[in-house]
Design a protein around this ligand. Sequence first.
Ligand SMILES: Cc1cc2nc3c(=O)[nH]c(=O)nc-3n(C[C@H](O)[C@H](O)[C@H](O)COP(=O)(O)OP(=O)(O)OC[C@H]3O[C@@H](n4cnc5c(N)ncnc54)[C@H](O)[C@@H]3O)c2cc1C
Length: 387
Amino acid sequence: MLDYVDLEADLDEEERMIRDTARRFVDEQVRPDIGEHFEKGTFPTELITEMGELGFFAPNLEGYGLPRVSETAYGLLMQELEAGDSGVRSAASVQGALVMYPIHAYGSDEQKERWLPDLGTGEAVGCFGLTEPEHGSDPASMETRAERDGDGYRLQGSKTWITNSPIADVAVVWARDTSAEGKPVRGFLVETDRDGVTTNKIEEKLSMRASITGEIGLSNVWIPEEDVLPGVEGMKGPLSCLTQARYGIAWGAVGVARDCFETAREYALDREQFGGPIARFQLQQEKLADMATDITTAQLLAYRLAELKERGDLTPAQVSMAKRNNVAMARDASRTAREMLGGNGITRDYSPMRHLANIETVYTYEGTHDIHSLIVGHELTGIPAFE
Ligand SMILES: Cc1cc2nc3c(=O)[nH]c(=O)nc-3n(C[C@H](O)[C@H](O)[C@H](O)COP(=O)(O)OP(=O)(O)OC[C@H]3O[C@@H](n4cnc5c(N)ncnc54)[C@H](O)[C@@H]3O)c2cc1C
């Protein structure tokens, strides 16, 4: 496996163990039939309980059965899962960073006890409802609203592009509380079997096919007061979750690129044209050298983020830079690797084309590449250019 500047040397025993466990899980449980799932547009749902048993959901949190492993270990986990498929890493990211994290950070003791153990083991599945049909990059303009009704709220609105909503037991739904002054955004733990909740599946995706994506329809859904996250108000709630998930994506993208690189290198050494392996051509070696260099610089950025996160100094704009850079790098690497595989590169027998299709989603979700340019640009100039 590519590790050009020997980052492995600085890993502790637990980090190596978690990385190796995830790598083995991907080799044994993901790689054998992920191509088939991708082609059929299905997600191997049994992976959720298997990942839960292995402790892959939010292991960087503490309490409620969660071990609080290092941020590097968590990053390596995301890297290995996404080397298998972005859909598998997405499932772990949503469950851990977008559902367990907000409950852990902003939930009441009762909410934590009710949900964290079950979500941690994969007995319950969660999803994160922020994006709406008319509001993607600009979620602060959301129309989903919650209005006081007795000792609870009535929710009205719709969310779309929600990973795992059709199989979720609980949705963290972000809505404007129209009964409160200033109509702040608040987080609601919506059990999907409540009256008025629908979770239709979005079919016909050409990217992230081995992942379930759906809508969340909320038609006059009653939610008791105790299912509202008490610890946060405003866009800080959803945005802080996105920072956690984007951190995982910055690592995951390295996994995608590494898998593409390893596939291309192996292929180039095996495939013979003009009387010898194509790896002997300077044109192919340049592609490998570019890929290896880009992967290594992205890895270094990810490792540095882990150090900053560990000591509590990581800023959202730093995460934006890494998500933006590393995903764009993985997009380029998957295209180059596909190219190096020639005609075979467009089949499901090799991973680069699947990664290339998936990375279009990763490039778009959790803040598009453009939006992260604006966040970094804002940080660098002090001038917001969003509107
Ligand atoms: C497979 C998949 C899974 C997803 N999972 C989830 C999930 O679990 N939960 C969830 O809440 N959401 C999820 N999303 C939604 C995702 O986060 C949004 O698609 C994303 O935020 C972009 O929103 P949009 O699709 O509405 O695009 P738009 O916001 O309409 O953007 C369209 C284009 O305009 C550009 N653009 C927008 N604003 C600006 C600007 N100010 N300046 C310059 N360019 C701009 C964008 O960069 C983009 O290229 C998922 C999406 C996909 C595809």
